[in-house]
Design a protein around this ligand. Structure first.
Ligand SMILES: *Cc1c(COP(=O)(O)O)cnc(C)c1O
Length: 436
């Protein structure tokens, strides 16, 4: 006999509260900002606290070069520029993606070419990327969604074979690893975001707004620097490549630098990253193990060499309605939430329900620069006319829109929470017939 489900008036399975008990060190944040404020550190181009944060972050990753920016998307724009993405080029990016991540490539005049996802990891599928490579492909933009790590062996191999730069969007994945190496030290260039407030909601290292570019390539580093670091202190001394010797301190004119107060907050946030990652990984491992035994649900897979971290937006759970008599995801979600479960969905992307290829500018095209010019219109700099995407172009991602749930990641869940959460899954899946 299955228990009465909460959605039918039974007692909810989860009673201990769904809040994370971990608290950010607000006193330390306060002291940091007040110290900077009293010291008059309102602008500190790549010295002081900004430089300290850059050094600490680079050390945490173990990469050769890095610099901080004002946002994750401007860090990525610097990476697209560094990769020499320009008018008439193409770059490949997943349709389960983020316009704010590849916007730099688009506005450089390149055409985004979307790729499907792998149905188990829900990450950009290297086989589909390979099919989409042309003579014009200049970059592959992989996204370590939810801190889950893309198949970096496959992407680096594609990059080497086709002479394409691999740009990692690591905005969800601070501290994640591939084959024992930290992300930021694996692809050609990786970018992080520090957007939002600390746990929950913000990026894994959060300071309001901020970003970081990391690379082990001197050439990519210097090119990324000249794009967005106007008046960075000492920038002309940093430029060693002969082709950039001619540049002055205003380099190419954009100024994508972080505010020192934000860098200070990011420094504080970075200190607890390892602890939070370890706890989130531990708690999720426990829950995922239990979920694997439950019919109808399955934690998203990760590649063998991947050590996910950061977990921005939480963890993804695949939902298999066919194992539960065809129970629609909507009804499953409703019953779980009635049990008190902090489960979102069905949805493939929190807050961004749309697949990228279904945005109006990519279904209808767009006159990006006026006068019929740009990568989303007619023939342009060697690009054939833009055809426009349509429903059905990405069968894997489209088939999963109603078959993925998302749950947040916990550093310090309330006592007994994980057991109760698993119990809610057991109860609802066992009682599925009552929901049909
Ligand atoms: C947050 C985010 C970005 C960009 O971050 P901002 O700092 O907000 O500019 C890029 N890509 C992904 C996947 C993100 O989640």
């Amino acid at each position: 006999m299955s228990e009465k489900l909460a959605v039918h008036g039974g007692e909810p399975a989860i009673t201990v509260g769904t809040r994370d008990q971990w608290r950010r060190p607000i006193e330390e944040e306060r002291a940091m900002v007040i110290g900077l404020l009293e010291g008059g550190k309102y602008s500190d181009p790549a010295r002081g606290v900004v430089k300290e944060f850059e050094d600490e972050f680079r050390e945490m990753i173990g990469a050769e070069y890095c610099f901080a920016t004002d946002h994750g998307h401007t860090a990525l724009a610097c990476a697209f520029y560094a990769a020499e993405v320009g008018p008439g080029d193409e770059f490949i990016t997943p349709t389960v993606g983020y316009l704010g991540g590849y916007v730099g490539g688009l506005h450089m005049g390149a055409r985004p070419v979307f790729a499907d996802i792998d149905p188990k990891t829900l990450l950009i599928d290297p086989k589909d990327v390979e099919r989409k490579i042309t003579q014009r492909t200049r970059a592959i933009n992989v996204i370590h969604m939810h801190g889950n790590v893309c198949d970096m062996d496959a992407f680096m191999d594609l990059g080497r074979r086709h002479d394409i730069v691999v740009i990692e969007d690591a905005c969800h994945a601070h501290g994640a690893q591939w084959d024992g190496k930290k992300i930021g030290n694996v692809g050609d260039v990786a970018c992080f975001s520090f957007q939002g407030g600390p746990n929950p909601g913000g990026k894994p290292v959060a300071c309001g707004e901020g970003g970081m570019v990391l690379t082990n390539s001197r050439k990519l580093y210097e090119r990324a620097l000249i794009f967005g670091q106007l008046h960075r202190r000492g920038i002309t001394d940093e430029l060693t490549l002969p082709e950039y010797r001619m540049l002055d301190v205003e380099v190419l004119g954009w100024k994508f630098r972080p505010h020192p107060f934000a860098a200070g907050l990011a420094k504080v946030s970075l200190k607890s990253l390892d602890y939070r990652n370890e706890k989130m990984r531990e708690n999720w491992a426990r829950m995922a193990e239990a979920l694997r035994e439950i019919r109808g649900v399955e934690p998203a897979h990760h590649y063998e060499k991947a050590t996910p971290a950061g977990f921005h937006n939480g963890h993804q759970i695949l939902y298999h309605p066919d194992e539960l008599g065809g129970l629609p995801g909507e009804k499953f979600g409703e019953a779980m939430r009635a049990e008190g479960a902090p489960l979102k969905g069905p949805q493939l992307r929190p807050r961004h329900p749309q697949l990228e290829h279904m945005r109006a500018i990519f279904t209808q095209g767009f006159d990006l620069w006026g006068h019929g010019r740009g990568p989303l219109g007619g023939e342009f700099m060697g690009l054939p006319p833009f055809e426009g995407y349509k429903e059905g172009d990405f069968p894997v991602a489209e088939s999963l829109l109603e078959k993925v749930f998302i749950t947040r990641s916990y550093v310090e869940p309330a006592d007994g929470f994980i057991d109760q959460y698993v119990e809610a899954f057991r109860r609802v899946t066992a009682g599925y017939e009552l929901l049909l």
